[in-house]
Design a protein around this ligand. Structure first.
Ligand code: PEP
Length: 256
């Protein structure tokens, strides 16, 4: 029996943008624009933590889902300023973004801490969106696949195939994030295919076929269709363009 095709997943990472009132205005506009797509494509929004609860209310009975931008690996405790996975679950999240390059670059995130967070995410009944990607220096040194494969292996360490099948991976070349510089479709497809081959080696073909791999890095309405048309590109993780309802809706439609 042929495997189910992977449903595309488009996620908007709002980063540290939008107050609660601004978040609600954006969501109300977006909701109307993408409702016609129903479940043709999975649509996920990752607002700042303080907007999660009000946004959850605003997307009730819609085809929009919610994600946290990060979480701690412990379920509770003396970790001032942190947010735990069960809290994100209760507030209505389905996903949590982990290991974003900004977390790795500015907040000391490592493959090991990303892996611990992923354990907490699955334990809480949430799904991880695990980000990987090389810096410009690493790409120019010809180390792209080595770096990405190390991050994939480290982030997934200790998980079995059934758990890994529930992950979304996001290939985000650091040099393409927020820079307006996008990987070519060939560059994206090459890395996505390499990750899928790695999943076959680490787990098995069935698992590798199920894992969805998003591309992220200056995805815009005018480049989304071409990127999303690549065989191993199963969606997009969108930063800047997710802050405008019209742009994000256009990217979502390109994935439908
Ligand atoms: C991101 O933050 O994950 C991202 C891809 O940002 P941008 O789309 O702005 O490059």
């Amino acid at each position: 029996m042929a495997a189910e095709p992977r449903r595309k997943i488009i996620a908007g990472n709002w980063k540290m943008n939008k107050t609660v009132s601004e978040a609600l205005a954006l969501v109300r506009e977006l909701r109307g624009m993408v409702s016609v797509l129903r479940d043709k494509v999975e649509i996920v929004l990752a607002p700042p933590f303080v907007a999660l609860h009000p946004v959850a209310k605003a997307i009730e009975d819609s085809n929009l889902k919610l994600a946290g931008q990060n979480c701690h690996w412990e379920a509770l405790g003396a970790f001032t300023g942190e947010v735990a996975a069960p809290m994100l679950k209760e507030v209505g999240c389905a996903y949590v973004i982990l290991g974003h390059s900004e977390r790795r670059q500015y907040f000391g995130e490592t493959d090991e801490t990303v892996n611990k967070r992923a354990q907490a995410v699955l334990k809480a009944g949430l799904l991880p969106i695990l980000c990987v990607g090389e810096t410009l220096a690493e790409r120019e040194a010809g180390r792209t696949l080595e770096v990405v494969e190390r991050q994939v292996k480290g982030g997934l360490a200790g998980f079995g195939g059934a758990e890994v099948a529930r992950f979304v991976l996001a290939y985000e070349p650091v040099w393409a994030i927020g820079t307006g510089r996008t990987a070519t479709t060939a560059q994206a497809q090459e890395v996505h295919a390499a990750i899928r081959s790695q999943l076959v080696r680490l787990y098995d073909g069935g698992t590798a076929e199920q894992v969805r791999i998003q591309y992220g890095g200056s995805v815009k309405p005018d480049n989304a269709a071409e990127l999303l048309g690549q065989k191993d590109v199963d969606g997009a993780l969108v930063g800047g363009a997710s802050l405008k309802a019209g742009d994000f809706a256009a990217i979502v439609k390109a994935g439908a």
